[in-house]
Ligand binder design. Structure first.
Ligand code: TLP
Length: 340
């Protein structure tokens, strides 16, 4: 099976399995797991932040950000197609009591002037704006890389009103490898960052949330409240460290494969590739074909390929290290056959 549903589907590499086996562990709630401590220190250092926390998932990292930065009854500004807004089961409102204020962006990038205009003034009728969220790469915009200048401009607006900026950087390393901008440079225009170890980096579990020491202290308590205080979690942190050490540069292979797929799809009559493919996500629109999303996916599956539905006419393909160059050729051949 060629699995292009997501980069979350990757299985841990041999070196990850070995690292898990050999990991030195302790009770992480007592902060005695040396491997978790090492992962958190490494991640904080890479991002240029004071401290970091190993959390169970990207969703948990984003929720901890809302819970720590905001109070119930506050408002968070975010992009209208942000993962937090679309795909986290309304947890900002359900868990943190935070109302979302969506702003439509261009390939995921909100206009700084529109962000500024959405910040609430003090008024008895209004919630307090206590968080601005950005997403890089932007999933729903097809893995678009948020320009550093956009992040800088939004950060300056936020600074002016003393509102923290949280980056959902589930795929921040993809952004970095594609643009040549370091993750530290991106993180400099944020207060807190969440990135996933379990997507392109290939680890089986986990995300990192990073920020100031005092933020991470409070975040640690929120993680505990959410039931995310783990014990000998070095077993799962060790593959994360391997991901950071061994799998960052190879994301370029996923991007090259995605580009190849996108170019191939664009040459198949009827298929429309939505937007430029900058990283590892390709969105293909079927509206000019006779096929519904369901029918297309079913035919694809019969050919041993799986992808994801991403809107009424759109299919999402995500390259990852389980997908080879040969797989790309196979997918193009099969899709050509299906569409014809
Ligand atoms: N995204 C998943 C699905 O939930 C859609 C995927 O397959 O792409 N932020 C962004 C930008 C994400 O893409 C995701 C996962 C998350 C946060 C949440 O991470 P997890 O799945 O670890 O909770």
């Amino acid at each position: 099976m060629i699995d292009l549903r997501s980069d979350t589907v990757t299985k841990p590499t041999e070196s990850m399995r070995l690292a898990a086996y050999q990991a030195e562990v302790g009770d992480d709630v007592y902060r005695e797991d040396p491997t978790v401590n090492q992962l958190e220190e490494t991640a904080a250092e890479m991002l240029g932040k004071e401290a970091a926390l190993f959390v169970t998932s990207g969703t948990q990292g984003n929720q901890i950000a809302a819970l720590t930065h905001c109070r119930p009854g506050d408002e968070a500004i975010l992009e209208a197609n942000a993962h937090i807004f679309l795909y986290e089961a309304a947890s900002f409102s359900a868990l943190a009591g935070v109302q979302s204020r969506p702003i439509i962006g261009d390939r995921g990038a909100m206009k700084p002037s529109e962000v500024e205009a959405a910040i609430r003034v003090e008024d008895i009728h209004f919630p307090r704006t206590s968080l601005i969220c950005i997403e890089n790469t932007h999933n729903k915009a097809g893995g678009a890389v948020l320009p550093l200048e956009n992040m800088e401009a939004i950060y300056h607006v936020a600074e002016k009103y003393q509102i923290p900026v949280h980056l959902d950087g589930a795929r921040l390393f993809n952004a970095s490898v594609a643009s040549g901008v370091s993750v530290k440079e991106y993180a400099a225009f944020t207060d807190t960052v969440q990135f996933c170890l379990s997507k392109g980096l290939g680890a089986p579990v986990g995300s990192i949330i990073a920020g100031s020491k005092s933020f991470i202290e409070q975040a640690r308590k929120w993680r505990k409240r959410l039931g995310g205080g783990l014990r000998q979690s070095g077993i799962i942190a060790a593959p994360g460290l391997v991901g950071l050490r061994e799998n960052v540069e190879r994301l370029a292979d996923d991007h090259a494969n995605a580009k190849k797929l996108a170019d191939g799809f664009a040459n198949i009559n009827g298929l429309i590739v939505e937007g430029e493919v900058e990283t590892n996500i390709i969105l293909v629109n079927l509206k000019n074909t006779e096929l519904s999303v369901e029918a297309f996916l079913e035919k694809l599956q019969i050919q041993g390929i799986v992808a994801g539905a991403y809107g009424s006419n759109t299919i999402r393909f995500v390259t990852n290290y389980g997908v080879t160059k040969d797989d790309v050729e196979t997918v193009l051949k099969k899709v050509q056959m299906i569409v014809r």
